[in-house]
Design a protein around this ligand. Structure first.
Ligand code: NCD
Ligand code: ZN
Ligand code: ZN
Length: 404
């Protein structure tokens, strides 16, 4: 396959070249004769990598499954997802990881990897399963995964290979129980996790940072990495008031002042994930926490780019290159010879309205419903094949596990 006239970033500079694809990989960039897909009028990005999604499979496939969730990813320009372990039952044994692998290998239409759950007593199991990433919950959230004290956190920090990341849901359960899910609850947990990580000399990733202070605290240890999510950048308490119970998410979206401070700390954010956490509207009415996000994250960023709020290189580093590096995915996240041919053609001029009824996710709603955005994924090439063309998912290609 040949992509003609592709505008993309190469070595920090925007360039226009043809991209020659052989099989699933980029063979060369340059000038080539022959017919191909014309990328004129688009900007071409590496397929996005979303390191934090909840595909609910197995356990709650009425909310999402590996098929619907990875279709949602492709629709949003995301070609790799890392699935969280807070299933019912949680992914805390090798057997459950293998079960997920079997499901994903049959249903996923983008690439995937798995975070393994840190339990109160599964240290040997973690060693046996050898997952690419471990997830620790310091506060209670959807599902039962939760570590009740610092000793267990520290033991996992010591036990898990130092060259692999541990992702931490940092909300302090004691503070949650005293004053709720305040910024302080998140910040105290980040401070604790950061100090324990420093003591263990290991890398941790602070999941879904919702305030600038968390980022500042995390960065007191040089091996702490920080994730944030679009809803903390584009939504605040004011903007979600109309959502009622639909607006519940952990950690909560903050007030406008916190949101602005978060924008001011973006240089220190290492990667952006969606925390795609689908629940049905009727479950939200009963208090379920979480937002879907796979089909809106890139578009929200492109809209912000159009408004000159954010640079394109920031988007590419935080949503493609950095997650590939942090989660040890070889051959991902870049447009260069030898890399996997996962490409997103973005139409920066496309004006559209967010409508959940047009989405692939099973959950059927979006916190951004009705929002007007400028910019969208217009075509997706995954593993060398055109899978999304305009609004059409034209083909399904089986995804593979990419983080091991
Ligand atoms: C997530 C979910 O529903 O799985 N919910 C959420 O509000 N973020 C769990 C989590 O990421 O903490
Ligand atoms: Zn979480
Ligand atoms: Zn999550």
């Amino acid at each position: 396959m040949l992509v003609k006239n592709a505008k993309f970033f190469l070595g920090g500079k925007i360039t226009e070249k043809d991209i020659l694809i052989e099989g699933e990989r980029i063979k060369a960039v340059g000038s080539f004769s022959g017919k191909g897909i014309d990328a004129s009028g688009f900007l071409v990005l590496p397929g996005l990598i979303d390191a934090h999604v909840h595909l609910r499979d197995p356990g709650a496939t009425h909310k999402e499954d590996f098929h619907s969730g990875t279709r949602a990813a492709i629709a949003g320009g995301i070609t790799t997802v890392l699935d969280m372990p807070n299933n019912n039952p949680p992914t805390t044994t090798l057997e459950r990881l293998e079960e997920k692998r079997a499901i994903a290998s049959k249903k996923a239409v983008c690439d995937y990897g798995f975070h393994f759950g840190a339990g109160t007593n599964n240290f040997e199991e973690v060693k046996r399963a050898k997952p690419g990433s471990l997830k620790i919950y310091m506060g209670k959230t959807t599902g039962d995964l939760f570590l009740p004290d610092e000793k267990l956190i520290f033991l996992h920090f010591q036990n898990f290979p130092k060259d692999k990341p541990i992702v931490v849901h940092a909300e302090d359960q004691a503070i949650i129980e005293t004053e709720g899910r305040t910024p302080l609850a998140a910040q105290v947990a980040v401070a604790k996790a950061t100090m324990l990580a420093e003591k263990s000399g290991r890398t941790i990733c602070i999941a879904h940072a919702s305030t600038a202070r968390e980022i500042e605290l995390a960065k007191k240890w040089r091996k702490s990495l920080v994730e944030t999510c679009p809803h903390y950048l584009f939504l605040d308490q004011e903007k979600i008031r109309h959502l009622g119970n639909l607006g519940k998410v952990y950690p909560p979206v903050r007030d406008e002042a916190e949101r602005k401070k978060l924008w001011g700390a973006l240089d220190s954010v290492d990667y952006v994930s969606t925390d795609h956490a689908p629940h049905l509207p009727k479950e939200k009415e009963k208090g379920a926490a979480g937002f879907p996000g796979l089909e809106t994250s890139l578009a929200l960023m492109l809209d912000a780019y159009n408004k000159k709020q954010i640079g394109m290189e920031w988007i590419i580093s935080r949503m493609c290159e950095n997650p590939a590096r942090i989660f040890n995915m070889r051959g991902k996240g870049k447009i260069a010879p030898g890399f996997q041919a996962d490409l997103v053609f973005v139409d920066l001029r496309k004006e559209w309205k967010v409508r959940a009824e047009n989405m692939q996710s099973k959950c059927g709603w979006s916190p951004y419903e009705g929002m007007s955005l400028k910019g969208k994924a217009a075509k997706v090439i995954f593993r060398g094949e055109l899978v999304l063309d305009g609004e059409e998912m034209v083909k399904e290609i089986r995804g593979k596990e990419v983080m091991q």
